[in-house]
Design a protein around this ligand. Structure first.
Ligand code: F1P
Length: 345
């Protein structure tokens, strides 16, 4: 969040993302953006896809670097690649970048570690400035990536005039409010810990979200897998009825990322469907939402935000939940088994 504090002058509606200034014109003319990344960074890429398409109206594809490097992807001269990586050293991402670069793509790196390999092979980009990650699993790197990607998207959208000056300023002001709202979420630490206590013996968990919150559901599931070794899956809430609903019984916790958006009523009805099958519902919602104790077993309330900005806030309780579940299960949350900080082979 320091990334936000330092770069945003909400009152004047200005953004400092100096790394992209010289390429702003070229990026704005891109016919297509391909985002490549691995793990948590890939989830940040999915959020960025939704935001860039909505605000900049440029088509976006999001690819796992670990797949992109081994297939024969079509990259056109002038396509824009956004490579996202906390470490800046992930081998799959580096090889994927090189492959795209050979075919004439412009590379934008969104990395945390200054001077890392990916920052050196990128023509343009933004550092997330999230500071060193103490644990292996990305947490603040993820929120930093989202913040940097939002800043970049809003700046491009303003340049392309796909958002009005007024909307640009509104989004900047909303971003400036994020650090204070995160502090409010952290005040719920004790109640999140209690929810974690009730989930610690689960063998599986399902995370559901719609729109901007779908990638956050995926990230919630990944965090739980990484640091507590509970099998978890993330799905778009509307996909539930196309398969995962078969898993629902009294032993399955279902975590809904359900802050306000245009489809809020639909996700509340998804919760009712889970409750009707005796699933345990944990709902991440805004204050004053439609969710009652009859629908959700536990709620975590998030301060309201523009739905484009909300993913930065909504991931925080999920990270915290996984952390407390991991601790309650006696796991080493900083050094999960089998994981490496940067996967360089
Ligand atoms: C990607 C990543 C992380 C994950 C773990 C292994 O790294 O998958 O998201 O938490 O550390 O690597 P990076 O390219 O973002 O550094």
């Amino acid at each position: 969040l320091d990334c936000l504090r330092g770069r945003l002058n909400a009152e004047k509606g200005t953004i400092q993302v100096s790394g992209i200034e010289n390429y702003l014109e070229e990026i704005s003319r891109a016919n297509r953006i391909i985002i490549i990344a691995c793990g948590t960074s890939w989830h940040a890429g999915l959020v960025a896809e939704y935001i860039i398409e909505e605000t900049c109206r440029i088509p976006v594809e999001v690819e796992y670097a670990s797949e992109f490097r081994y297939r024969n992807p079509i990259v056109h001269n002038g396509d824009m690649i956004i490579a996202i990586s906390q470490s800046g050293e992930t081998a799959d991402t580096i090889v994927a970048i090189e492959k795209a670069k050979e075919q004439g793509a412009i590379i934008m790196g969104i990395v945390n570690v200054v001077g890392s390999s990916i920052s050196r092979i990128s023509q343009t980009g933004a550092y997330t400035h999230s500071g060193p990650e103490i644990g292996v699993a990305s947490t603040k790197a993820f929120t930093g990536q989202l913040a940097a990607l939002m800043l970049v998207a809003f700046k491009i959208a303003r340049h392309r005039q796909t958002i009005t000056e007024e909307r640009f300023k509104e989004l900047c002001s909303e971003l400036a409010l994020v650090p204070g709202k995160v502090e409010k979420i952290l005040e719920q630490n004790e109640s999140i810990k209690k929810i974690a206590e009730s989930l610690k013996d689960s063998s599986d968990a399902l995370f559901l979200g719609r729109g901007y919150n779908f990638p956050i559901a995926l990230e919630g599931a990944l965090k739980l897998k990484e640091i507590s070794y509970i099998h978890a899956e993330g799905y778009p809430a509307a996909e539930m009825k196309h398969g995962p609903i078969a898993l629902v019984d009294e032993n399955l916790p279902v975590i809904f990322v359900a802050t306000k958006d245009v489809y809020h009523e639909k996700i509340v009805s998804n919760m009712q469907e889970i409750k009707a099958r005796k699933g345990q519902v944990i709902a991440v919602i805004n204050e004053g939402d439609l969710v009652t104790p009859a629908i959700a077993d536990s709620v975590i309330t998030i301060p309201e935000a523009d739905e484009i900005i909300a993913p930065i806030l909504n991931v925080i309780p999920l990270q915290l939940l996984s952390y407390h579940i991991g601790i309650a299960r006696g796991c080493n949350v900083d050094m999960p088994r089998n994981l490496a900080k940067s996967v360089t082979v």
